[in-house]
Design a binder for this molecule. Sequence first.
Ligand SMILES: [Zn+2]
Length: 311
Amino acid sequence: MIQGNYEQILKMISEGSNLPVEEIERRIEARRAKLSGLISKEGAAQIVASELGISFDKQKLKISNLLSGMRRINITGKILRVNKIVEYNKNGRSGKIASFLIADETGNIRVVLWDVNHIRLFEVGEIKEGDTVEIANGDIRNGELHLSSFADIKLSQAVITNVQTKQAVQHKSLDKVQMNDSISTRAFIVQIFGPTFYLVCPECNKKVSETGTCEAHGKVIPKKNAILTLIIDDGTNNMRAVLFSEQIKKIVNSDELPSSDSFMEKRNLLIGSEVILEGNVRKNKLSENLEIFVNSVEEINLDRVIEELEK
Ligand SMILES: [Zn+2]
């Protein structure tokens, strides 16, 4: 996701305006002072850029340079993953939303498609996972690249080596996290709900129907997966963190999981312990609250903390 590279933005504004970098910096600082520091350097840079009449329209940007609020931007990247198309029906309006993760050598970002013509390219397989695409006129919203019907997406012959598959993780306190952030946080477990279990297809790990049928693989012998929900607190806020089987295994032994008695004991040990966890921030569809889908979790061990401090 977006890790605004301030130095590069300065350079882009300087080149676009023929003003020295120092002058751009001075204007950005002046703008921030006027707003009592309520705006980030990157945000102020955006304002200065638009005051100078610089648009990033014709420039090809690298993903690490994308910033919130940028409009009509152009990038080229490789599609790492295509998500399932979602149909919505809200307030009498219905439609589809498609999304995928795109990467270049500097970073990656989720792309959201709203236009039926763009979505169709994915439905018919004209554009798919692994393809390199060129995107024009996208807008950055909430840390995502959104393509309206004014945007364009097409296959590209560009060859991108060393795509950045790892999502940039930000160290953030829980009171600062926003939707779609990839965060790393250190917090105490204050409550645990679950585990609850559900059945998935052993081939694709997707939920199977009650009769044990996978949408893609038909009748299968389903595998049992678990979900554990932690309430974590880092002193600034508390938040739900959702763990699936792979991550649960890192803090719970397999023999502690299946029976509620064995888990009770472990649960009591875990509550009050401190963990470092990484994950993506999503909105819970029912509660509308933000929660963390955990990609990595570990209990704090002192050796690691000392290692961090020594860095
Ligand atoms: Zn399957």
